[in-house]
Design a binder for this molecule. Structure first.
Ligand code: SF4
Length: 408
């Protein structure tokens, strides 16, 4: 797996990439100003019903905007329904491997953690995908730690092909690669590439990523563009909330999404805003970086007013009450019934969909442990459709950006 030794600094990045653009954005200033916005500025933006710039978006993250959360949420709901209808797409993660060459201090898979390590055989991958398909899933996210041994020998391609026997929609979340390395994965049938920056605050990023190729901040930041060049038709980005000031991360990831929506316009772009969860290694986040449930709702609604076409994903890291409340407010994709241990579904009984064993090799503990069918019922009870299968691929291959985004 080649790694870009000269790509240490964003100033070394090739022209016209997000890493380069990011250097020029006044993120710190916007995050700072977003704490002290006047009420009339918030009212002006809410009066427009849209955040027309990154500055507007930052203003909607302010304590003053929090006072108008109901109006913000109503506008977000309206925009979400206009662009996505009343539907939430469901997917499940399947962890292929917890072997990893990186030391990321906040992650259970960090190579210095003493957990049982495994890369599951292809036969078990197929078995588990079939098990997830029997739960109703038709969209799958294949996840793995970063390790050269399985990305260079056709293992992932084979896992994709075997998964496609049971699931029409396959996304991948692996260590970043070159565009040429992604092409065989696209040719095998993967449609989406997910890569989270974790934290956009460079000094924090460098302090948390102690060893391994993940240290290359700018190279990671430009990964979605390499994925786009390789042909992925969906791109997912995100920040892990709790590692740094949440407003800084929010402004950064929104800027990244806006950039990708413009530059990678043939792909659908989605964003995920996971919060820290307990994991092996017992990383202790700085409490001042914590984002509350209420602030999370405000952030998601503000994002919708800024980027109405953006897919917004909510994972099982969040507690059930928050997930239920967010269904009508802006979410378009949800994971359900997740295990974050490679092979973890082996220990799930099919009727209750609960694990019958501890999961010592998991990446982190999930918060919403409800079975997939319970999540689907909850979505339907709110008058929304739980979509297991994405819309027909043929619909998403041509057309203009606005139409593509509406497909959702
Ligand atoms: S965050 Fe990813 S790269 Fe870092 S240790 Fe965990 S699995 Fe490995």
């Amino acid at each position: 797996m080649p790694r870009p030794t000269k790509y240490h600094l964003a100033s070394d990045a090739p022209a016209d990439t997000f890493a380069q653009e990011f250097e020029r954005l006044p993120i710190q200033e916007l995050a700072y100003r977003s704490r002290n916005v006047e009420a009339d500025r918030v009212q002006h933006i809410l009066g427009q019903g849209r955040a027309e710039s990154l500055e507007d978006f930052a203003a909607l993250l302010s304590p003053k905007a929090s006072e108008s959360l109901e109006l913000l949420a109503a506008q977000s709901q309206q925009l979400t329904q206009r662009f996505f209808g009343k539907a939430v797409r469901l997917f499940a993660p399947l962890y292929l491997s917890n072997e990893c060459v990186n030391i990321c201090t906040y992650c259970g898979f960090s190579r210095n953690n003493d957990i049982p390590r495994i890369t599951i055989p292809e036969s078990l991958v197929e078995e588990q995908v079939a098990k997830l398909a029997r739960q109703g899933f038709r969209s799958l996210l294949l996840v793995a730690g970063e390790h050269p041994k399985y990305v260079s020998n056709g293992y992932v391609e084979s896992c994709i092909r075997r998964s496609l026997e049971h699931m029409p929609g396959i996304s991948i979340e692996l260590g970043p690669m070159e565009a040429d390395e992604y092409k065989p994965l696209v040719q095998s049938g993967a449609e989406a590439l997910i890569v989270y920056q974790e934290t956009y605050h460079r000094p924090t990023y460098e302090s948390l990523h102690k060893a391994g190729p993940k240290k290359y901040y700018a190279w990671r930041q430009d990964t979605p563009e390499r994925g786009y060049a390789a042909g992925f038709r969906r791109l997912g980005i995100g920040a892990l909330f709790g590692l740094y000031d949440w407003r800084y991360e929010a402004v950064s990831v929104a800027a990244h999404a806006q950039y990708l929506l413009r530059k990678c316009w043939k792909s659908q772009v989605s964003i995920s805003l996971p919060r820290m969860r307990p994991a092996a290694g017992e990383f202790q986040p700085d409490p001042s970086f914590f984002i509350s449930d209420r602030e999370m709702v405000q952030l998601i609604c503000a994002l919708r007013l800024f980027l109405p076409h953006l897919g917004i994903t909510l994972s099982t890291r969040e507690p059930s009450h928050l997930r239920d409340g967010l269904v009508p407010l802006g979410i378009t994709l949800m994971s359900a019934g997740s295990s974050t241990e490679p092979g973890g579904y082996d220990h799930f009984d099919e009727t209750q969909w609960t694990s019958t064993e501890d999961q010592p090799g998991e990446q982190f503990q999930i918060a919403d442990e409800r079975a997939p069918r319970e999540i689907a019922s909850m979505i339907r009870a709110q008058g929304y459709e739980a979509v297991w299968k994405d819309h027909d691929q043929a619909l998403a291959i041509s057309s203009e950006p606005a139409q593509l985004a509406q497909i959702g």
